[in-house]
Write a protein that binds this ligand. Sequence first.
Ligand SMILES: [Zn+2]
Ligand SMILES: [Zn+2]
Length: 444
Amino acid sequence: MDDCCTYKSFICEAPANCREIRIHFSYSPYIVGEFRNLISLALFDPLVFRGWVYPFEDGRDLIISSQTASDGFISNPITEGEWNLFVAIPALISEEPCTLTLEVEFVLAGVSDSLAKKLEFQNCLSDKSGWYRGELHTHTVHSDGQWKGAELVEAAKERGLDFLMVTDHNTISGWEDVLTTAKDDILIVPGVEITSFYGHALALGVEHWIDCRIGWEEWTMNDAALAVREERGCFLVAHPLAEGRPYCAGCRWEYPEFDMSLADGIEVWNALWTDVTLNNDQSLLLWEDYRKKGYKLTATSGCDVHDADAWKDGTPYSFVYSETLSRKEIIEGIRDGKVVISSGPWLNIKSAEGVDTKPTIIGDTLIVEKDKLVLVVQYDNVLTESWLVLKKNFQELVRILVVGSGQIEREIPIYETAQITVELRTSDNTLLALTNPVHALVQG
Ligand SMILES: [Zn+2]
Ligand SMILES: [Zn+2]
């Protein structure tokens, strides 16, 4: 009671190079009879006022950084020096003691928080579930792309893309331009291409810079992949078998020590399928090999857009099945393997029983009760006669000539477990479309 209508000041020292301050603030009891105790919290950094939360509600943890700030607080860099946590106690009702808990954590940045300005990320653009078409790998003038962010967004809109991932080499400074231009016409998924001496990887759906200095002070590619995971992003190995040195230093993935279980996928189709410098066919085999070994990696595509030449006849898009058109769900769709890659024709897999109800089973694990599975493969927009190739455990089961649109039904024998994929190929074996696997397990 004696503390009612008083202030208390707690000084904390913010170390240098701090990214974020997290404060846990609570007190008990809140409610006393029909009234409540009321304690509020203000914050001052070494120089200026940073906010005040009043009234305070139970169960709220406060976060303040240059990127974000809890309601009542101002987003700006965390300045080194004395921070003042300033408690105001407008009301203490009861005679019984009221206990205040105040915990402060300063989160060090490395140099991970290089943007002082707060960016406005988009919210959900559509709450419809369905297949969304997008590009996972692009560059702007912030790295070696030719387009400004605004030009990249306009080009993507012209192509009718639902989402666009921006992945400049080792920097995120292009996000602001892209986000500002996109408005709500196209979903922007911020990313960065971790561009190391021994391989490239896409960090997608992150909201902060991921430390790209692989090899510096014991920071490894594994650490970078873990950092992406902490941000609930998606880590994809980019163009793993592209020509390396001296043609393209660092472009080939040379991390035998990398823990592939930390990755979410592999870019198996980069730019044109037939581009000999990229070895897409070998990348596809590499991905299949990892899948056979049990790694749950998604096959993805990327045009590695640097200029207006990137998108052309024959280059692929990734279609992601998602519950909504939002960053979070698109990223989840990729992680879950709900991806079809195509340069035009459409492929989808359904189970025969659920053909009218479930939009797709790609990426799903099906528990089957007997030793066979009946699948329906749908195709559409096949412009010239092409081979529809059904694979079980990445071995060809059957190859059927198809054209136009239609569907085929197939009974597939399953012993214990199987991964089913479908490809569409031209007569000279150029890939036109590819599904990620349907995983089937025989019960018991
Ligand atoms: Zn690259
Ligand atoms: Zn790239």
